[in-house]
Design a protein around this ligand. Structure first.
Ligand code: ADP
Ligand code: MG
Length: 357
């Protein structure tokens, strides 16, 4: 913390080493002047030697632009006024109090920059999420609209069958169903044509340890925020296999995110994520284990269905995580299983054949 004692003429009468350092850093001879000018702008500080105690201030944040054109610096400033009676003899008959300002200047540039980065990061994340949700909404509402036509035709045909007593006109019925079929197929064709291409990624030798390490790094903040301890146990020798690293990363990200969400339930106090790798019977295996509520036997197959979710409708969950994970596993000739014997939560076992098999 830089400290300067100013007299009522804004002259520095006393300072410390940090204050002198500031002089060099800002490239000015008198940083206090610049700081006071900023304080005047931001909090309307008037540099008036007070009659009796001026306005003190605490932790006021200001931004100073060094003249040298270097990056802006942030300071947190505090100041307190005090008076000193002039003890000189000639002031005996005309007692004069001199006011001094003790100015404390703390450099908070690094902390400020960090906060700003976090804020931008958060904005970027919410924006990406909002965009994703928006485009999903558009796609799905397009799909809903397209399917309504054929469904209406089928309903009309069913109504026709329902009307008892009347002669059933099979020709008409056949016609209606055929039309519904044509419209349905056209709708499917539209969806298929509008399905975006998956980004092409070349296969390369990948190491499952690296993939999992990346994913844990990506999710570090979320894991910390949820108070989850992570036991990461990569096996020291693990063969490579041919795969698409980005795809594999998103697969494991979905699985670990599910684990976080499962353990994030209120009231769960044991929160441990175990991630390990092994090579077993010639297969490269990852085991991901959490201490959440687990997945009941009845749901163990259903959870892989697209759009299946048990999470709140307002959460960002759309139930595609495990569907994606399953798809990635299949594309790598891998398997993904939920261990039925594990009762402490949920244990996913993901296995890949070694390359060349
Ligand atoms: N680790 C887990 N623990 C408990 N339940 C899980 C776990 N992973 C997945 N599930 C269940 O599987 C469902 C589907 O998961 P997912 O396909 O990722 O969709 P989402 O996460 O969007 O709900 C989840 O809603 C949840 O009920
Ligand atoms: Mg999920």
């Amino acid at each position: 913390i830089a400290i300067a004692l100013l007299d009522d003429q804004q002259r520095v009468v006393l300072d410390n080493h940090e204050y002198k350092q500031l002089t060099d850093d800002l490239g000015v001879t008198d940083p206090a002047k610049q700081v006071l000018a900023e304080l005047r702008n931001t909090i309307g500080l008037a540099f008036e030697p007070p009659k009796l105690g001026g306005r003190n201030f605490v932790d006021e944040e200001i931004c100073v632009h060094p003249i040298s054109g270097k990056a802006a610096r942030w300071f947190s400033c505090s100041g307190s006024w005090f008076e000193q009676q002039d003890a000189k003899a000639d002031s005996f008959f005309d007692p004069q109090a001199r006011a001094y300002l003790m100015l404390l200047i703390k450099d908070i540039t690094a902390a400020k920059r960090q906060r700003e980065m976090e804020r931008i990061g958060a904005i970027r994340a919410t924006m990406a999420e909002a965009e994703l949700v928006q485009s999903l909404r558009e796609t799905l509402s397009g799909a809903v609209y397209q399917l309504r036509g054929p469904l209406n035709m089928i309903r009309a045909a069913a109504n026709m069958l329902d009307r008892r007593g009347t002669q059933i006109d099979t020709a008409m019925l056949k016609n209606a169903l055929k039309e519904a079929l044509t419209a349905g197929e056209a709708a499917l064709g539209t969806f298929e044509a509008s399905m975006p291409e998956a980004p092409q990624e070349a296969t390369a030798p990948v190491n499952l340890n690296d993939i999992l390490r990346d994913v844990l790094m990506l999710l570090t903040e979320r894991l910390l925020a949820a108070g989850i301890t992570v036991a990461w146990q990569p096996t020291s020798r693990l063969s490579h296999f041919h795969g698409r690293a980005n795809m594999l990363r998103s697969m494991f990200k979905e699985i670990v995110e599910n684990a976080i969400e499962a353990m994030n339930e209120r009231g769960r106090n044991v929160r441990e994520l175990k991630v390990r790798t092994e090579e077993k019977d010639g297969r490269i295996v990852a085991v991901i284990e959490d201490t959440g509520p687990g997945i009941s036997q009845e749901l163990r197959h259903k959870v892989y269905e697209p759009f299946f979710t048990t999470k709140r409708p307002l959460s960002h969950s759309v139930g595609m995580g495990l569907a994606i994970a399953q798809d990635v596993a299949t594309r790598h000739e891998g398997t993904i299983d939920i261990d039925p014997d594990y009762t402490g939560g949920c244990r996913f076992i993901i296995g890949f054949p070694p390359s060349g098999s």
